[in-house]
Structures are given as structure tokens and as C-alpha cells.
Write a protein that binds this ligand. Structure first.
Ligand code: NI
Length: 389
């Protein structure tokens, strides 16, 4: 940027005079401002201040002076004119404050990917390529804030940065606690997460949804691709009810017995089916039978969600037995494995919920149960029990 030295800053002076601005801040900003070639000076000034917790966002305006002395104020989309500061620390917030760790950064990008999909609306056939391209593209080191969203900027050569807004609540485990941005989930050790595998099924899944809605519980459904392809409306109904949908392969094979091409296909076909049905790309995987190894984990390239409590509902197919197993084996932090294709599970579910609530358990999502960023290729068996390859 030849004109970088001609920038004048009026926000807060001592801060901007310091070297705390991310290296690419003005470069990215200049790309968005699109200053004309005749520019001799750019003045940046704040027009508005908004606050969330410790974070302060300055809405910026840019006044451009050309070589004839004419001044123009450049109009930009609001979120692209913001500078995000940590008021308490008196410093610019950048990506490095969220994570310098490439593994965590990858987890963050997995989280951002769904928002990226909403923006780019790729054809389903391009999904895997789109994901790979996205994961390869760098994020700008600077961030912005708007209402209850943090805005990341995705960079690509010769293109203006793409702004990706994401809700604080979706990022709560990535954000430093001392920012005061999010209220932590009520701390209780008695939490469990319910998971339902192998659906969707038109005879049983709607009943599971009704029971969960009545009990106001958010669960996770690990769906089989063939069933999603057959019942896309049902998959959408599950997603629309606020439940998380994970990838449980296309036709439920033992992944570790397959070649790498087949494993990739099992996962990719299911990703496409779930994306087509729900508009969301599954960010977690549960391998059938819990069977996974280093090679298959690398192909899945996502967090792998196992379980603590196996209800063995498919085996007993008996509501009383299912309840007994859960009563005897559930501990705080458990991930409970159920199948929403089993009528006995539907019959047992209201009693399972009442029993666990009576014991003081709270039902939370996998994210809230683990309460830290979920990492690709790591296996999660329950709160405090995770293993990386
Ligand atoms: Ni299964």
C-alpha cells in the first residue's frame, strides 16, 4: 500500500500510535475502502461506539483527499468499518487473542464454515471442495463486532475480504472468559447430553422430537445418510427444532474395515445429504460402532463424538431394561447413546428424562457438556474424557 504513510488516525490516538494494530489491519481496510489512485491522504475517524462486555467497537468513517484537494467520505457496510478493542486491556482485539494454536484455529474455522456456506450458497456437488478451499484460506487477524456477533474476515487473493458474522453464543468456548462477552452456562457438575443415532425414521423420530420439545431439551442426532436422503423433510424438522445433526456415515459400515476412498465417500455423501436437507454442514461425526483409527479420523477431519453410556436399546428393545441401564450407568458428564429408530426407546424416553431430572441432572448440548472448543480428529467420550490422535 503506497499510501499507508498518509493515513491519519483519530481513534484513540495513543492506541493507534502504538504497534498493537494487527499487521494487516490497514491493508484489509484499504481494500474495503477502495481508495482511488489519486488519493494523497486518508483520514479515519470514529462515528459511533458500541459495547459488549469488555469489548468496544468503534464504527469508522474514512475521508479520502485526492491530489486536487477534494475530500470524499467513503461509505462502507457498517461492519466493515469497525475496530474492535478490549477496553480493559486497552488493546486491539485480533485473532491471536482468540487463538494462536493452529489446532484451535482449525476448530474455530469448522465453526465458521456453516456461516460461510450461508453466504456462498455452494452447489451440493461442490461441497467438499468448498470446505477444503475454505479451510485453506486465511482469516484476517483483525475482527469486528456488531450487536451480539463477532465478525471474522476471510481473505483470498485479489478479492475483497469476506465478512463472516457469527453469534457470540456459538463461539462461547473460543472467547477468553475475561472478555465478559458471554455468560457462562450455569455451572453444575450434573450435566448429560442425549444423542440419538441411525435415524431419521418416520415412525419414531417425530415422537422423539415431540418428547424433547415438551421437555425443552436440545439433543444431538447422528444421522445415517441413506435415511436422510429418503426422509429429507424429517432431517429438516430435526434441525429446525434446534437439535444438532451429526454425520453417522451413509450406510453404517465399520469404517475401519473400508479403504480410504470408501471412507471418504461414506462421509461426503452424508455431508451432502444433510446439507441438502437442512442447509447445514455437519460439524461432528460419530463412527458406527465407535470404530475409528488414525487414518479414518483424518478423513473425517472433524471432532468424533463417542459415548459414555450405552443404553443398548437396540439389543433389549425393552423400555424398562433401557431405563434400568441408564439408571445404573449414568454419571455426571455422560454422553448417552440412544437410537431414535427404536420404538422401545421412544417408550422409555419420558421416564429417562424424568428420572435424570429427579436426580438433579441438566440436559445440555455436546458443546456445552465438553465446554471447550471441539477439535478435529479428537474422540470425545464425555466431559473430561477426550483423546487425540
Ligand atoms: Ni449407529
Amino acid at each position: 500500500m503506497g499510501f499507508t504513510s498518509s493515513y491519519h488516525f483519530f481513534i484513540p490516538n495513543q492506541l493507534l500510535a502504538s504497534n498493537k494494530l494487527p499487521a494487516d489491519f490497514w491493508q484489509v481496510f484499504a481494500k474495503q475502502v477502495r481508495v482511488p489512485a489519486s488519493t494523497v491522504a486518508v483520514t479515519i475517524y470514529p462515528t459511533e461506539v458500541s459495547r459488549v462486555g469488555h469489548l468496544v467497537a468503534f464504527t469508522l468513517a474514512a475521508e479520502v483527499t485526492d491530489n486536487a484537494g477534494r475530500k470524499t467520505v467513503l461509505k462502507l457496510p457498517l461492519e466493515r468499518r469497525q475496530l474492535l478493542l478490549n477496553a480493559d486491556q486497552n488493546e486491539v482485539v485480533d485473532l491471536a487473542q482468540i487463538t494462536e494454536d493452529p489446532v484451535i484455529l482449525k476448530a474455530l474455522k469448522l465453526q465458521l464454515f456453516n456461516d460461510y456456506l450461508h453466504l456462498v450458497q455452494p452447489q451440493s456437488a461442490d461441497l467438499e471442495q468448498t470446505r477444503q478451499d475454505f479451510m485453506a484460506r486465511p482469516l484476517s487477524s483483525w475482527l469486528a463486532i456488531k450487536h451480539q456477533q463477532l465478525i471474522f474476515y476471510v481473505l483470498a487473493a485479489n478479492q475483497p475480504p469476506l465478512a463472516l458474522p457469527i453469534n457470540f453464543t456459538d463461539l462461547r468456548y473460543f472467547l477468553p472468559a475475561d472478555w465478559g462477552v458471554t455468560t457462562p452456562i450455569a455451572a453444575t457438575s450434573k450435566q448429560v447430553a442425549l444423542t440419538f443415532d441411525d435415524g431419521p425414521n418416520p415412525n419414531t423420530t417425530p415422537q422423539v422430537l415431540r418428547i424433547l420439545a415438551q421437555a425443552q431439551i436440545q439433543a444431538t442426532f447422528f444421522m445415517v445418510g441413506t435415511n436422510v436422503t429418503t426422509y429429507p423433510q424429517l432431517a429438516k424438522q430435526v434441525a429446525d427444532a434446534g437439535h444438532v445433526i451429526g454425520n453417522h456415515t451413509y450406510d453404517h459400515p465399520l469404517l475401519t474395515s473400508l479403504g480410504t476412498t470408501q471412507v471418504a465417500q461414506e462421509l461426503a455423501l452424508t455431508d451432502v445429504a444433510i446439507y441438502q436437507a437442512t442447509g447445514k454442514w455437519p460439524k461432528i461425526v460419530r463412527p458406527p460402532y465407535g470404530s475409528i483409527n488414525r487414518v479414518t479420523a483424518a478423513i473425517a477431519d472433524r471432532p468424533l463424538i463417542q459415548w459414555t453410556v450405552d443404553s443398548e436399546d437396540w439389543k433389549s428393545q425393552n423400555a424398562t431394561t433401557i431405563l434400568n441401564v441408564i439408571q445404573q450407568t449414568t454419571d455426571p458428564g455422560a454422553i448417552i447413546l440412544l437410537h431414535d429408530i427404536q420404538p422401545a426407546t421412544v417408550a422409555a424416553l419420558p421416564n429417562i428424562i424424568s428420572y435424570l431430572r429427579l436426580q438433579g441432572y441438566q440436559f445440555v448440548s455436546i458443546d456445552d457438556l465438553i465446554a471447550q472448543p471441539l477439535l478435529s480428529q479428537w474422540q470425545y467420550f464425555g466431559a473430561g474424557d477426550q483423546r487425540g490422535y
